[in-house]
Design a protein around this ligand. Structure first.
Ligand code: ANZ
Length: 807
């Protein structure tokens, strides 16, 4: 008999599992497939509690699916490009590659300690040339399809250092250069973008996926679809300028016109006497971020350009302003301003003494001036031929009327912008483009990939890619004419890497394409994705976009990368705050693995609460879980089989009930309630141990260990062996249950409120007072009499009646 030493038990089984290849992916084609994916970690150095919280419940779920008869693919890898590696290089003089790979080496060991069923043969490291080569390949495919393009885009620029700055190099509320304290400006620089906006409409369609409502809402909001119209206004002496509006029904109330400071018309339309003021304003606006400018609480500033626009509806001349609350990146960068019905325009008009003309009558309007903007619906007034039309109908009518006259059309606008992928950084994927004096922009031919990241680079915090100063890399030959040419020196946003990694896992060393299509047909798409909600808009949108492009390239035959998604919550420090080094509340999982072993840590994290809610770390809680597993272990440790005194029928009923409950909880990701059921069952088993016959006991223990296995894989394996069963518990089928045996006897409870009969509810036999109260309060009819009143006390007649006394 071996003693209870969880660390020794775990090490022994981890070794045995590796030796026997237990977690090599099951390729048996007769089984249904299940591709389980957890978000890949960034190799920052050590696995933290957040990694454990994300990965071990995902592993439990994958193990469950495997035992249920699926062939399961559950890979892991490293999202290995990015800024921290470069910062380490700048700070400590370590090459980003060495820093990254040594972190990966350490984390591999820690991942194995978790006791997960990851198939390490499928591992992917995104900074390996054999991986990023395919980022470059995708870039070329996108380029061929017109989905990758270069455009001048505003970036942060220090006019004194003459360089672009990374976002984190811009410091303070007034946005200064971290090195020389000069105010940073926006500058238009040529950058590469992916045309995600081509897929805006399709990305709004979630009909094929089961994703949390919250994530879908965040994506919808991010894409920001607005329906309305484009309307052309003539600016005197200049020409037509188009606006986007969601309220064409308010056209007759447009009493001024605004262009964004970056609007191409600004310079031409500004009259000489307004020139100086306008120029100064435009420069000031260039120093502010989009976020600050879009802040609705900020005071609306702006200056008159001296120009006038003509309202196409009524021929009125209205003044044209430049104001920074109009953004160049949205709609057309110009608006018709309707102060009576738009809050921002109202505030601006008040300040500048501009007419506020009501054109949509609020209900019960008496014709007097509005105190504030009325943004609701109503009848059109002061609108010529449209007077009396309800505003919703008016939107279509006005648009139609404008269309007939050739000065307007229906339009849909999205808040979504194209994805800017250029980074002035070293530790990323080189963009496979060459600039030739003669041929212009030339893509690197596919057969010349990968464009390797050179080893030697100077790591200076210049804000520009170190590749720019590396002549050997930069200077090259034009692939088309053979003449002298220069390589693009920016690298790709690392979100490109994680947009398609789930495909690479299938065949990480495949050389004919990003993944082996034969393996793809057997495993894709991902069935269950798990990860944090913080990725709702960037990563989770980018990977959907990539999959749609891959479909259009003929690489896959489906529309969505991940059919189901579950977001875990965040694990907080014991003080209830987010863990951070500065707060000193960081929990190091290694300490707990060393003290209790990884099964305890796994189970504790799953027991904290509902997985999607997260919660604070509780040192006492982990102690309790450790005690439970230690006690559970004694179920197989020695002990005499004495007289059968306990009721074998009860043992069997309880076992079937346990299997059913754990099954249903695991289906719904309710790990905490599953563990609670396992704990309760452990107590029962300990109470009847030695009091039931050997066969019944073995049967009950088998079932218990099978459903324990996904949660505490090492304990279950060890106990399985001690029980005398064959290796491995993880290769067994999931137990089933008999509905007949599971059915709990029920009773009907009479529910009274203040002594009056209000409802009858079904309850399990033997229900206690607390549960009876819960059931009573779950009845609509009862709640109607309790809500808004104070529950003074309850009177409970067990199994028969509950009376809620309220004030
Ligand atoms: C006239 C109008 C009248 C508007 C009215 C609103 C209410 P969403 O819903 O977010 O799409 N707008 C258009 N382009 C803009 C830009 N580049 N910067 C700032 N504001 C811009 O918003 C569309 C509305 O926001 C548009 O409809 C326009 O103002 C403004 F009673 O046009 B509206």
């Amino acid at each position: 008999r071996r003693g209870y030493d969880p660390r020794a038990i775990e090490e022994r089984w981890q070794r045995r599992w590796a030796e026997t290849g237990l977690y090599k992916t099951d390729e048996d084609p007769s089984k249904p497939k299940h591709y389980a994916l957890t978000m890949l970690p960034y190799p920052s150095g050590d696995l933290h509690v957040g990694h454990w919280y994300a990965m071990t419940p995902s592993d439990t779920r994958a193990r469950f699916m495997r035992m249920r008869g699926y062939r399961v693919f559950f890979p892991i890898g490293f999202d290995a490009f990015g800024l921290p590696a470069e910062n380490a290089a700048i700070k400590r003089g370590i090459h980003p590659r060495d820093w990254t790979y040594s972190n990966i080496e350490r984390m591999r060991g820690q991942l194995r300690q978790m006791g997960t069923m990851f198939d390490f043969d499928a591992e992917v490291v995104t900074c390996d040339p054999e991986y990023y080569r395919w980022n470059q390949w995708f870039f070329l495919k996108f380029y061929e399809k017109g989905l990758a393009y270069r455009e001048k885009a505003p970036v942060d620029w220090c006019p004194s250092c003459n360089t672009t700055l990374a976002r984190e190099q811009v410091v303070g509320p007034d946005r200064r250069c971290e090195r020389c304290d000069t105010p940073v400006i926006k500058r238009n620089l040529a950058q590469w973008l992916f045309k995600i906006t081509d897929y805006a409409e399709e990305l709004l369609d979630f009909s094929e996926i089961e994703w949390p409502e919250r994530v879908k809402a965040l994506q919808r909001n991010w894409i920001g679809r607005s329906e309305g119209a484009e309307i052309e206004f003539e600016i005197e002496g200049y020409g037509g300028v188009t606006v986007f509006t969601t309220r064409p029904d308010t056209l007759f109330g447009a009493t001024f016109f605004v262009v964004a400071p970056e609007h191409p018309a600004v310079e031409s339309i500004t009259t000489p006497e307004r020139g100086e003021e306008v120029r100064a304003y435009v420069e000031r606006a260039a120093r502010m971020s989009e976020i600050d400018r879009a802040d609705v609480t900020r005071e609306k500033t702006g200056v008159f350009t001296g120009a006038y626009a003509v309202n196409p509806a009524n021929g009125e001349r209205i003044p044209v302003y430049v104001a920074d609350y109009v953004l160049m990146g949205y709609g057309t960068g110009a608006i018709m301003a309707v102060p009576a019905h738009d809050e921002r325009d109202f505030e601006f008009a008040k300040k500048h003494g501009i007419e506020i003309r009501t054109v949509i009558a609020p209900p019960d309007w008496d014709g007097s001036p509005l105190e504030r903007a009325y943004v609701g619906e109503g009848q059109m007034v002061n609108s010529g031929p449209f007077d009396g039309t309800p505003s919703a109908e008016g939107r279509e009518k006005v648009t139609g009327w404008l269309r007939e006259r050739g000065v307007g059309r229906p339009a849909v606008n999205y808040r979504l912008r194209d994805w800017l992928i250029s980074r002035q950084r070293y530790w990323g994927t080189p963009i496979p483009i060459v600039y030739c004096e003669r041929c212009g922009t030339v893509p690197v031919p596919e057969e010349d990939l990968p464009v390797l990241l050179p080893e030697d680079a100077e790591f200076m915090p210049t804000g520009e890619s170190p590749l720019k100063f590396n002549d050997e890399f930069r200077k090259t030959e034009c692939p088309r004419c053979g003449g002298p040419a220069e390589r693009e020196t920016d690298t790709m946003d690392t979100f490109v890497d994680s947009s398609w990694y789930q495909y690479r896992y299938l065949s990480p060393h495949y050389e004919e394409g990003p993944f082996d299509p034969e393996r793809g047909s057997r495993w894709l798409p991902v069935d269950q994705y798990t990860g944090g909600i913080e990725h709702a808009t960037m990563h989770l949108l980018y990977t959907r976009f990539f999959t749609k492009v891959m479909r259009d390239l003929g690489l896959v035959d489906f529309d969505e990368p991940m059919l189901r998604l579950f977001n875990q919550g965040v694990i907080l420090g014991p003080d209830g705050n987010r863990m951070s080094k500065s707060r000193g509340n960081v929990v190091n999982p290694q300490e707990y693995v060393d003290r209790y072993g990884s099964d305890v840590l796994r189970c504790y994290l799953m027991f904290i609460g509902p997985w999607d809610e997260g919660g604070p770390w509780d040192p006492g809680g982990i102690e309790g879980v450790a005690r439970w597993l230690r006690r559970a272990f004694t179920l197989v440790a020695g002990g005499d089989v004495s007289e059968a005194e306990a009721d074998p029928g009860e043992l069997s009923r309880r076992t079937h009930r346990l299997v059913k409950r754990v099954t249903e909880y695991l289906e719904g990701f309710r790990f905490n309630t599953a563990i609670a059921a396992l704990m309760e069952h452990t107590n029962y088993l300990l109470a009847v141990k030695g009091e039931v016959g050997e066969e019944e006991w073995r049967e009950a223990m088998r079932s218990f260990l099978l459903v324990l296995a996904p949660f505490a894989p090492h304990h279950a394996e060890e106990m399985w062996e001690i029980l005398g069963e064959e290796y491995s518990v993880h290769e067994q089928g999931w137990p089933s249950w008999d509905e007949e045996l599971v059915r709990e006897e029920t009773v009907t409870l009479v529910v009274q409120v203040n002594g009056k009969l209000r409802d009858r509810v079904e309850a399990p036999a033997g229900v206690d007072e607390g549960r009876a109260r819960e059931l009573a309060l779950s009845s609509e009819r009862v709640r109607a009499h309790v809500e808004g009143r104070e529950l003074r006390k309850t009177v409970y007649v067990p199994g028969r009646l509950i009376n809620l006394v309220v004030s």
